[in-house]
Design a binder for this molecule. Sequence first.
Ligand SMILES: Cc1cc2nc3c(=O)[nH]c(=O)nc-3n(C[C@H](O)[C@H](O)[C@H](O)COP(=O)(O)OP(=O)(O)OC[C@H]3O[C@@H](n4cnc5c(N)ncnc54)[C@H](O)[C@@H]3O)c2cc1C
Length: 465
Amino acid sequence: MRCVWFREDLRVDDNLALNYAAQSGPVWGLFLITHDWWDRHGWGSNKRAALFTALESLASDLSNFNIPLIIKNVTGALYHDQVEIVLQTLATHHTNMLYFNRQYELHETDRDRLLAKKLLKQGGHLHVFDDLLLYPPGSIRTASNTPFTVFTPFKKKALASVDQKIMQGPKLKKQQELAIKSDLSSLVKVKPDSPDLFKLPITTIQAKKRLEFFAEEKLHHYELHRNFPCLDGTSKLSVALSLGSLSIRQLWNDIERQPDSLGKETYQSELLWREFYKHILIDFPDVCRYKPFKKQYELFDWNDNNVLLQAWKEGLTGYPIVDAGMRQLRQEGWMHNRVRMICAMFLTKLLLQSWQKGEQEFAYWLADYDLAANNGGWQWSSSTGTDAVPYFRIFSPWSQTERFDPDGEYIKRYIPELESLSGLHLSSAEKLGKFSQKGYPKMIKDYHQARQECLDAFKKHEQSR
Ligand SMILES: Cc1cc2nc3c(=O)[nH]c(=O)nc-3n(C[C@H](O)[C@H](O)[C@H](O)COP(=O)(O)OP(=O)(O)OC[C@H]3O[C@@H](n4cnc5c(N)ncnc54)[C@H](O)[C@@H]3O)c2cc1C
């Protein structure tokens, strides 16, 4: 018998480990609930609640194929704890063949290495697949066989390498019923912190429905609409991708089948950002250690004013677009990409707080939290990462509002205190300042002063090296 250990691949369709295992003989599934491990990784309740929803749906999908799922609770924040439970469960069910899809983060890699060693030592067999990526690690390289550290050439090489039809695995077939029965008793639901979390597509069926709608109705306009946070212009598939309830290959292929448009091209480019940051994490594992990609920023003198940090977290900075973003995050467990960039740049450049603090706050609230993408986004925004543009890229919250939320529709959705103001007032410090709004705070820092302090701090750091 074969065991498939599910991790970030909570689906039956186009799941390489599952589909190959089932092709070779009878299969049962395993999932580990690892709250202590997730605490250590900074996850909040939103990601856990989304995961449990996808897991419940996976159990039901597997049962249609007569594949039992055993869910085990693991106590302990060390990877050894997980290894022991996996080996014990395999022994209980007289199984010595284990299949899984690779995870790429540092601790996960160490855990899998230890498991492989122990399993092989006791005569077991391990089958590991690269399922979470379009391109396996190490497959996109420069002419001198080094990893790409800048997105555009990475993307060019990836697109040149892509076979028009990205290979999907064999189809899953219904198997004979096994003596092993599903055990879902550990699946105790988690209440999310964000009341609107379940409006996001989470399970396979929800994600496929959203994909179909997005591909037919939205993709064509993606390039035009994706930067306007008041519009429903993006796919909102990030949660499903991060949990693996949707296959990245299936997503790519479904998009590829759509008529050519600028929207399609841009959307595929965004999927390659996901790919790029995962390759960065694999090739530069220091990013898993909270270290900056650009080593020169390791000793940067960030500000540790907790009052500023707290105001940012709670959406009380007095900068409407920033506050709307941070309130969206708490309300929905998701934030629009343009606003993620604005909020991240505000914290790191204008409040000069370390990107690691922002990274942790997003990790806590985001249902789509993914270490590679989150780290990539934060380091891009703070100019410590792979971005080729140096530190003087500083978004002005005012001009970003003027360009991307000109009527203030997005802002007013999340900040009812500002309901009576026009877009013009919401995109100008002077105009907003004249209106003291019921309960809405004053700006915690003057923009021009903050911008200058940022430039001075980065310049000083550069000169001191
Ligand atoms: C500071 C910051 C933190 C972020 N943290 C995360 C995170 O934890 N998890 C996460 O999935 N994304 C993260 N992103 C990237 C991006 O904001 C989200 O993927 C996107 O907003 C999800 O919404 P969507 O599915 O509608 O995106 P769409 O615009 O529909 O894009 C489709 C898919 O492409 C991928 N993608 C798009 N943009 C990016 C990007 N810049 N980097 C990596 N992948 C991308 C995502 O998988 C996304 O679902 C972060 C960005 C920033 C600036």
